[in-house]
Design a protein around this ligand. Structure first.
Ligand code: CA
Length: 227
């Protein structure tokens, strides 16, 4: 899942970005409204964390402009303004959630999980595909009772596949959602991570649930005959 953090208080921006990266999210950052607006169009974010008091362009204005073009991206507004008025305004303008500063990181993370789940219309935090399952809250994936020991990137890839079961996902899409701007945008990198993920899945499942569609991408399936 790829997230943009638009926050001009650099200590806070860094703390949020670092915390989310530790949880396996791909995170980009910016410190003003103009960049936030521009990045929101250039990159494919699943979620934008948007501070309201931003230099160059006010957060509410950024929110309004993003929403004119993009109704899908989830936007969580951060603000030191605790007035009910601002909150209502933000939500009216299309923010999906609102958090008043200061807040606990755990609270932010819970809100993010909730928004991402809503994005994919998940009813709970469990994703399954045959014997394979993933707990998004605990950030663990298992085959039956046995835990799959995955790196953060492998986990993020598997999460993306499981959220899009039976759908072909291209390398570009994976690049856009699982990697951040600092990543080496070289498709070989994805292949290496996918190869290693497949090896781990096959070791526990005796079968590789990820299929390659030549020239198009990958998909995960529970249908054994589907090759
Ligand atoms: Ca600010």
């Amino acid at each position: 899942m790829r997230i943009l953090v638009a926050e001009d208080e650099l200590d806070l921006q860094e703390a949020i970005a670092e915390g989310l990266r530790m949880e396996g999210y791909a995170v980009d950052t910016c410190d003003n409204g103009e960049d936030a607006y521009e990045l929101a169009f250039v990159e494919k974010y699943d979620l934008i964390i948007l501070d309201l008091n931003l230099p160059k362009m006010d957060g509410l204005h950024v929110l309004e402009k993003i929403r004119e073009e993009n109704k899908d991206v989830k936007i969580l507004v951060l603000s030191a303004r605790s007035s009910v008025n601002d909150k209502v305004k933000g939500l009216d303008m299309g923010a999906n959630d609102y958090l008043t500063k200061p807040f606990d990181f755990a609270e932010l993370e819970a809100r993010i999980r909730n928004l991402i789940r809503r994005k994919f219309v998940q009813e709970n935090n469990l994703l399954t595909c045959g014997n394979l399952n993933m707990d998004l809250t605990k950030r663990i994936s298992c085959v039956g009772e046995q835990e799959l020991l995955l790196t953060k990137k492998e986990f993020a890839l598997l999460e993306y596949f499981l959220l899009h079961q039976e759908q072909v996902v291209s390398q570009e899409e994976l690049m856009g959602h699982v990697w951040d701007q600092n990543a080496d945008s070289f498709s070989g990198v994805i292949r290496v991570h996918i190869a290693s993920l497949r090896k781990k899945l096959k070791a526990l499942l005796q079968d590789d649930p990820i299929r390659t569609k030549i020239g198009e991408g990958y998909y995960i399936t529970n249908n054994e005959g589907d090759a």
